[in-house]
Design a protein around this ligand. Structure first.
Ligand SMILES: NC(=O)C1=CN([C@@H]2O[C@H](COP(=O)(O)OP(=O)(O)OC[C@H]3O[C@@H](n4cnc5c(N)ncnc54)[C@H](O)[C@@H]3O)[C@@H](O)[C@H]2O)C=CC1
Ligand SMILES: O=C(O)[C@@H]1CCC=N1
Length: 264
């Protein structure tokens, strides 16, 4: 039995992915705060909503998907009910495996995960790290849960805050870029819907090329950039406005914020 504790946006996305991958609704428990949310999850997915205490007692694997700020109180709530051999997977930004282990008070195997919202379309990037009491078997069990919904990489826990900034938040940067490019289309007099179509297909096409060609992004960009042409005119402006430096600073700020979240 697998329990998702705090079935919000990420928890629901993982739940739906697990069901698409062949898990049975009867093998998954969900915990939520509001009764109407419990009813909605039961109606949509056929899963049972239970209390956090019941989930801790009856599930072999617990996936904690509450906000970082709610993690301390959730851990305090489940600690008295959690048998020592359970696998606890924490999906919250910033929260370390040491924090989870210490709050649970046993030598609980804990795996830290950072995924991202494309999980809804089985295109997640999930990175995982083992805590002090988690071994190969626990990492494999975590990979088995996450592989059906995207790509999974093992990384040292010391890189988790950087990964959160890069791939956890990453989709937001691309959506932001799309918004900005659509605005540019509007500025040039393009209808909004057509501009959105053009930008969306361009970003999808670029993403597929990047993933499937095996080429470095510099090579792919150079192939678009004709001498004295239109693309270099745009790139010159991006450089003039320090867009690359802005990305470096932005992702560093996200990493630092992730570190702060651990301290509440
Ligand atoms: N949204 C994103 O793009 C990503 C989020 N994350 C992480 O995933 C976690 C969840 O994020 P979201 O799904 O976006 O947040 P969310 O707010 O949609 O989901 C959290 C859910 O937990 C519930 N909850 C809070 N305390 C609870 C408790 N004691 N018992 C039962 N339910 C409780 C809330 O009612 C809410 O439905 C966060 O820790 C975040 O850092 C990770 C990667 C990407
Ligand atoms: O913004 C956040 O804090 C979460 C973590 C990664 C993506 N969203």
């Amino acid at each position: 039995m697998i329990a998702i504790l705090g079935t919000g946006k990420m928890g629901e996305a993982l739940l739906s992915g697990m069901l698409r991958a062949g898990f049975k609704p009867g093998d998954v428990l969900a915990t939520v705060r509001r009764p109407e949310r419990a009813r909605a999850l039961a109606e949509t997915y056929g899963v049972r909503a239970v209390s956090n205490a019941e989930a801790a007692k009856s599930a072999g694997t617990l996936i904690l998907a509450v906000k970082p700020q709610d993690m301390g109180s959730l851990l305090d709530e489940i600690a008295p009910h959690l048998p020592a051999d359970r696998l606890v997977i924490s999906a919250a930004a910033g929260i370390t495996t040491a924090f989870v282990e210490q709050r649970l008070g046993h030598e609980t195997p804990v795996v830290r995960v950072m995924s991202n919202t494309p999980i809804k379309f089985d295109e997640a990037m999930s990175v995982i790290s083992a805590g002090a009491y988690a071994g190969e078997d626990h990492l494999r069990r975590t990979e088995d849960l996450l592989r059906p919904v995207g790509k999974v990489l093992r990384i040292p826990e010391s890189q988790q805050d950087a990964a959160t900034a890069l791939s956890g938040s990453g989709p937001a940067y691309f959506f932001y870029l799309v918004e900005a490019m659509v605005d540019a289309g509007i500025l040039l007099g393009m209808p909004r819907a057509a501009a959105l179509d053009m930008v969306t297909q361009s970003i999808v096409g670029a993403a597929v090329m990047l993933r499937d060609s095996g080429e470095h992004p510099v090579i792919l960009r150079e192939a678009v950039t004709s001498p004295g042409g239109t693309t270099i005119a745009a790139i010159a402006e991006l450089e003039r406005h320090s867009v690359r430096a802005a990305f470096l600073a932005a992702i560093e700020a996200a990493r630092d914020r992730g570190r702060e979240l651990a301290s509440g």
